[in-house]
Design a protein around this ligand. Structure first.
Ligand code: ZN
Ligand code: ZN
Length: 548
């Protein structure tokens, strides 16, 4: 896995074969480089999981040869795991000014700000982590300062695109640097490791400039209170909403923590310079309804978000009702349909009017649709295409598109080690991969015992019995049984199960009763059977044996 010098390999530990949790590794001459370190969400498939991230063990074991972690942009799926996983990596981090501003806030919360060597690289800047010579290239995306990473090595050049799109009018920052990409193509690119999110979407992703006009036209004609929800990190969109509000004679009040944080990071880096400071939620009620625009978090229906609380009328300060409007300047991320539906239902029940991108030009994607992918391949002309940042069907659609225009594609997923040079690129080996779940304030393996038990408890409940026995294993008193999430504490079945347990234990052979582990195992079997018979479920069971 750590072979000869002069070779070049790519290994994604997260984000390839799935959307979210990007963690990419490159190896050259025995040294490693990490690109991005993000989180993902459990969603409907993993109800026991809120936030999760890739297990970095493979690279943590090699961190003496890990030169650094480069961040392409400040989206959570690229930056959100740094504060959690850095203690295992302990390497310098390289980011643009805006990504660094976002990261500093996260590191401060984690108490790591003084430990992490965070190098701020100017937008479009170059730096060397030899044998890797690195250069950022500006791309348009739904956040400021998104950049592709050019990785020059003695074994060849890789373009790691990060998330990107082609947008002639991105509104914040310049368009994707097509001239630099074409020049890179002239230099000769061995492999392009590229965003697949919208590889199944025909045409073009649309322009932020059109969204700006759409929002302005829409908001101008609204009466009553107006609330707009969008991703906090989409600074261009936030600016468009603010300009539309000014146009309509409304002041903007920001509601929700992520919007306040991103607003501060953006202004710190010189963005939103022409937009007056936003009011806070405390000031919103002092502004007349017709002059107020509430910019609010929760476009994905997150149950604890400000919008979800406003919709269920549990927000401490903000109310919406009859005659008010909520504008969703966002798309439905697959998996969030139900959660968004609940929020929208609650709003409509209160008499609030909804406006979404299904009937208004108020959103566009930050990822390239098929026409943009074709254009990029024509500019960069890589020898090999490596689709990443997508589920398997997105990767396959992307690979087929590249093949159509004559670029050989390599399909791989998390844990595959792709040798890019010397010789013909192919997957030659694999590295262990896994996921870590953020459970409260600690990380636990998704496939480990703790989360396994959590899943079992979630669906089947848990039963715990305590039995006191003497040296010979004779029962003292009655076994105590509880089954939280399964039976009420006063349920008579608990007493019946307890006596069944007492009878069964009395019948056990004497030598077995003297052995704690054997006694506990026998008791678990009885408990499982007794509850299974009554409830038709297989709860997680546990038994405490106390020798008295
Ligand atoms: Zn992404
Ligand atoms: Zn992104």
């Amino acid at each position: 896995m750590d072979s000869v010098s002069g070779d070049l390999a790519f290994l994604p530990l997260g984000g390839t074969g799935e959307i979210g949790m990007n963690l990419n590794l490159y190896r050259c001459g025995g040294k490693w480089l990490a690109v991005d370190c993000g989180i993902g969400f459990g969603g409907a498939e993993l109800p026991e999981v809120d936030v999760m991230m890739p297990d970095p063990s493979f690279i943590a074991e090699r961190r003496d040869r890990l030169l650094g972690l480069v961040i392409t942009h400040a989206h959570e799926d690229h930056i959100g795991a740094v504060a959690w996983l850095w203690p295992q990596l302990k390497c310098p981090v390289y980011a643009s000014p805006f990504a660094a501003a976002v990261l500093r806030r996260k590191l401060t919360e984690a108490g790591l700000l003084n430990q992490v060597k965070l190098h701020v690289i100017p937008v479009g800047g170059s730096f060397d982590l030899l044998p890797f010579r690195l250069q950022f290239l500006r791309v348009a995306h739904s956040i400021p300062e998104a950049q592709a990473l050019v990785i020059r090595t003695p074994a060849g050049i890789v373009l790691h695109t990060g998330d990107w799109k082609l947008d002639p009018h991105p509104m914040v920052g310049p368009p994707t640097d097509e001239a630099a990409l074409a020049a890179l193509g002239d230099e000769g690119v061995l492999a392009m490791v590229c965003d697949s999110t919208n590889a199944m979407v025909e045409g073009h992703s649309g322009s932020e400039g059109d969204v700006r006009r759409g929002l302005s036209t829409l908001i101008r004609d609204l009466r009553g209170r107006v609330a707009v929800t969008c991703f906090a990190s989409n600074v261009a969109r936030v600016e468009s909403v603010a300009l539309a509000a000014m146009d309509a004679g409304r002041s903007v009040a920001v509601v929700g923590r992520s919007l306040r944080n991103l607003d501060a990071a953006a202004r710190e880096c010189g963005y939103l310079a022409n937009i007056p400071p936003f009011a806070g939620e405390d000031d919103a009620n002092d502004i007349p309804d017709e002059n107020l625009l509430i910019l609010v978090t929760g476009s994905q229906g997150e149950p604890r978000s400000a919008l979800a609380r406003i919709a269920s009328d549990t927000h401490p300060r903000i109310e919406l009702g009859e005659g008010d409007t909520v504008v969703f300047s966002s798309r439905v991320i697959p998996g969030n349909e139900r959660a968004i539906g609940t929020v929208q239902d609650n709003l409509v029940r209160r008499g609030v009017r909804l406006m979404t991108d299904s009937d208004h030009m108020i959103h566009c994607s930050g990822h390239p649709a098929r026409d943009e992918l074709r254009k990029l391949y024509k500019l960069v002309r890589p020898k090999f295409a490596v689709p990443v940042h997508g589920e398997w069907r997105h990767l396959a659609a992307h690979a087929a598109l590249a093949q159509e225009i004559g670029v050989k594609s390599i399909m791989m997923e998390d844990g595959d080690i792709l040798s890019l040079a010397p010789g013909v690129p192919e997957v030659v080996d694999s590295a262990p991969v896994g996921r870590l779940v953020l459970d409260g304030a600690r990380l636990v393996p998704l496939q480990g015992g703790v989360m396994g038990a959590r899943r079992r408890m979630l669906f089947n409940g848990v039963a715990v019995a305590s039995i006191a026995v003497d040296e010979a294993g004779r029962l003292r008193g009655t076994p105590r049984v509880t089954a939280p999430g399964l039976l009420e504490p006063e349920d008579p079945d608990l007493v019946r199960v307890s006596s069944e347990l007492a009878e069964a234990l009395a019948d056990l052979p004497a030598p077995l009763r003297r052995d704690d582990a054997a006694l506990a195992d026998a008791a678990k079997t009885v408990l499982r059977r007794a509850l299974g018979k009554r409830l038709q479920k297989r709860p997680l069971v546990d038994v405490h044996v106390l020798r008295v």
